[in-house]
Write a protein that binds this ligand. Structure first.
Ligand code: NAD
Length: 290
């Protein structure tokens, strides 16, 4: 039976520590770190993520601003809002919740955020600096994943790590962070042949695909650290016979936890840590700007 890496508890303890740090920063610098979050439209999942981010900012005591723009906002109007926040001395971090409506070019929007306020770490300069091994803002989900692996006490150095998924926001950056910690890293993806064999050799397995329960117990090396990034909503039979929706990860949790050494749950794993790392990045941007 594996040990559960409790992302919720780890997040809470980190956010508690941030409360004290933020109070100290206010005493020292006369203001608190400030995170600005922009949401365009009414996508329910995006709304819920944004609510979580603002709630976390309030919990830590930092300042936050929520900018809500209608679905039909024009790209240049959104760019104007970002330009205003870039120039605003009281704002340390700017996050534009993705995805954006189709008429807006996400790349143009990401490029327009001042790189020193890019708390998501998505700006091409931050991405380049990450791959060059230079100082940068590390994207929140990969940063949280590393913190969770490190919380187990399992050494990353020399281990075989397999990352399933090669997205710009999770798969690729987490692979680089594992490489930086001297793991031997394989990035698997939709065209990988014999994924089960590749995955089953991993001492550290990160699943970031978006396919419910695709990582089965036979794909896991006994004792491995398993990080489940996936967030998938599925329908399951409810108590009264009707179908109810349930959040599951990319890993078949019940079976996998019989084999893995450590495993993250969904919900309560990577999700809360992502938000907590966003708070950390906002503090980091604040300090860099002082
Ligand atoms: P994405 O769709 O951009 O990338 C998915 C990746 O999975 C692709 O690189 C693809 O090659 C790979 N893939 C697809 N089918 C595959 C298969 N059958 N076998 C092997 N690889 C396959 O997704 P993403 O943005 O990286 O997100 C992945 C999942 O993580 C989603 O469920 C998303 O909701 C979740 N997510 C969670 C958090 C969090 O904070 N918990 C943050 C970001 C993403």
């Amino acid at each position: 039976m594996s040990t559960i890496i409790d992302g919720k508890a780890l997040s809470l303890s980190l956010k508690e520590q941030m409360k004290g740090r933020i109070a100290d920063l206010e005493k020292q610098y006369g203001r608190k770190p400030c995170l600005a979050v922009i949401i365009v439209g009414d996508n329910p999942a995006s709304r819920s993520y944004v609510r979580g981010k603002i709630k976390a900012a309030e919990f830590t005591g930092m300042d936050s601003r929520l900018i809500e723009l209608p679905e039909y906002v024009k790209e240049f109007e959104l760019l104007d809002v970002i330009a205003g926040l870039n120039a605003d001395k009281a704002v340390d971090g700017i996050l534009v919740q993705l995805p954006l409506p189709h008429h807006i070019d996400e790349d143009v929007v990401i490029d327009s955020i001042a790189k020193e306020k890019d708390v998501d770490g998505f700006h091409p300069m931050n991405v380049a600096n990450l791959w060059l091994g230079r100082k940068c803002i590390v994207p929140c989900t990969p940063k949280g994943i590393i913190a969770m692996i490190e919380s187990t006490g399992v050494e990353i150095k020399g281990k075989k790590a397999v990352v399933i998924g090669r997205s710009n926001i999770v798969g690729k950056p987490v692979a680089k962070l594992l490489l930086d910690r001297n793991a031997t890293v394989t990035i698997a993806h939709s065209r990988t042949q014999d994924l089960a064999k590749v995955a089953s050799e991993a001492d550290i397995l990160v699943a970031a695909v978006g396919r419910p329960k695709m990582v089965t117990a036979d794909m896991i090396k006994p004792g491995a650290v398993v990080i489940d990034v996936g967030i998938n909503r599925i329908m399951v039979p409810g108590p009264d016979g009707t179908e109810v929706s349930k959040l599951v990860g990319d890993v078949d949790f019940d079976a996998a936890s019989e084999v893995a050494g450590y495993i993250t749950p969904v919900p309560g794993g990577v999700g809360p840590m992502t938000i907590t790392m966003l708070m950390e990045n906002t503090i980091e941007c604040f300090l860099n700007r002082q």
